[in-house]
Ligand binder design. Structure first.
Ligand SMILES: *Cc1c(COP(=O)(O)O)cnc(C)c1O
Ligand SMILES: [Zn+2]
Length: 432
């Protein structure tokens, strides 16, 4: 066996095919730990490059192209893949200029099959559900995890169960979970309570938990880092900037980057900058104390994908920040929605939470943490169509406590050439 589950605190090990989410001895989070000597001998840039553009399953996936680093023992016949990944890395020179850096790339994880990076985790999670012979999988979700679980469960013929909050669910995400046929349950509780409920019912009813406490999901999400750096022709950027909610992505990025470094795929580590919304900022607050003190918060932000007050992956995210000499920053809803308007207006587009990346870059440049000459990759976590209500409300000026800086109002014209001419003669608005 090339991988075991290992507690991040006390290092107790469990076989990879045990149904377990936290350490039985100390309650710590588990990592899927791979045989690093074998990886060092087996994995090369050339191996991964040789699979680029292939039509062959499973290496046509932007996750399973890196199978050796994700889940080396798994039989390809068990893999549940759409395929996912293979998302674009966009150079964004105008946004770079706005944020104050020379080189900015945006990695668009909204281009995954269900429109968010969660698909990279779900391919790992549903594959493991199949390995374990589970008949049902469940998650609590702010939205995208549900959409992704619903799709991957349906695709693999396993029953999907999703627990939603009963308010502030972005419409696109709820529609997806319903459409893909998951058992959808609305509960009058916040995300943090729903996650606890999922863990409680899973034990009782033999259901496999696919929240990001599940280490197989994080293995899949690691591929975002490997793919990004492969797209940069293995040149390591100075900064990776990512929104932080439940902190699964931040945790996965830290593990992935460190493993790439340890096996010699890269010769230095980029720094991770995790960006939280000011109204959902427990990691940021803990960072201010040098990670001495962690306190959950009551979460409130327009960016519903990161409206999480008690992130389950906190210890792994701290580790990721320490490993990469990273930082944590916070941005306001105003900054998030303005940055989103600018990303959208490039023709790229993203959902509100994703825009933390760009808003965070600007703030970190202003405070001198990111230097203008450094190369920055921002992660766009979700698709623009996920939350159409927020987009329209911003451009109509209807969001509470937000002054839309870059509105693109919809005009109304009479059905005449004169009326259209009047509008079009003085419409010279461009954003950046
Ligand atoms: C899940 C999600 C996040 C937060 O990611 P974590 O891994 O929970 O920190 C951010 N943006 C979008 C669009 C998401 O779906
Ligand atoms: Zn332990």
């Amino acid at each position: 066996m090339l991988s075991v589950l290992e507690c991040m605190n006390c290092h107790r090990q469990y076989p990879a095919n045990q149904v377990i989410y936290t350490c039985e001895t100390c309650g710590g989070l588990l990592d899927l730990k791979h045989d690093m000597d074998w990886l060092r001998r087996t994995v090369t840039r050339e191996l991964f490059d040789s699979r680029l553009g292939t039509l062959d399953f499973p290496y046509n996936s932007g996750v399973w192209r890196y199978k050796e680093m994700i889940y080396p023992d798994v039989d390809p016949a068990q893999i549940v893949s759409r395929p996912e990944g293979n998302t674009n890395l966009y150079p964004a020179p105008r946004l770079a200029q706005w944020a104050g850096v020379d080189k900015l790339y945006l990695k668009h994880e909204g281009e995954n099959p269900t429109g968010s990076f969660k698909d990279r985790g779900m391919t790992g999670g549903l594959t493991q559900a199949r390995v374990l012979g589970m008949k049902r999988v469940a998650c609590a979700s702010t939205g995208n995890t549900s959409a992704s679980l619903a799709a991957y469960a349906a695709w693999s013929g396993i029953q999907g169960i999703v627990l939603f909050q009963n308010k502030q669910i972005a419409l696109g995400k709820l529609a997806q979970a319903v459409a893909y046929g998951a058992t959808c349950i609305r509960i009058a509780a916040d995300f943090d309570r729903n996650l606890q409920l999922v863990r409680d019912i899973s034990e009782k009813l033999d259901i496999y938990v696919l929240n990001s406490v599940n280490p197989f999901r994080l293995e899949g999400q690691k591929s975002i880092m490997i793919e990004t750096i492969q797209q940069l022709r293995w040149r390591v950027p100075d900064w990776i900037v990512v929104p932080g909610g439940n902190l699964g992505n931040s945790s996965a990025f830290g593990k992935g980057l460190r493993e790439m470094y340890e096996i010699g795929l890269i010769d230095r580590l980029p720094s991770l900058a995790v960006i939280q919304a000011e109204g959902a900022n427990p990691l940021y607050r803990a960072y201010q104390t040098g990670f001495e003190k962690f306190e959950a918060v009551e979460a409130d932000t327009v960016a519903t994908a990161i409206k999480i007050g008690n992130p389950v992956n906190y210890p792994k995210a701290v580790r990721a920040i320490q490993w990469t000499e990273g930082v944590v920053e916070q941005v306001t809803d105003q900054q998030i929605m303005d940055a989103k308007a600018l990303i959208d207006a490039q023709g790229i587009g993203c959902e509100p939470a994703s825009a933390c990346s760009l808003a965070g870059v600007k703030k970190l440049v202003e405070s001198g943490v990111i230097k203008p000459h450094e190369t920055v990759v921002g992660i766009l976590t979700g698709h623009v169509l996920k939350d159409p209500d927020a987009t329209i409300a911003y451009h109509e000026g209807l969001l509470d406590n937000i002054e839309s800086a870059y509105p693109n109002r919809v005009f109304a014209a009479a059905p005449t050439v004169e009326s259209l001419s009047e509008i079009l003669s003085d419409s010279t608005l461009t954003l950046v």
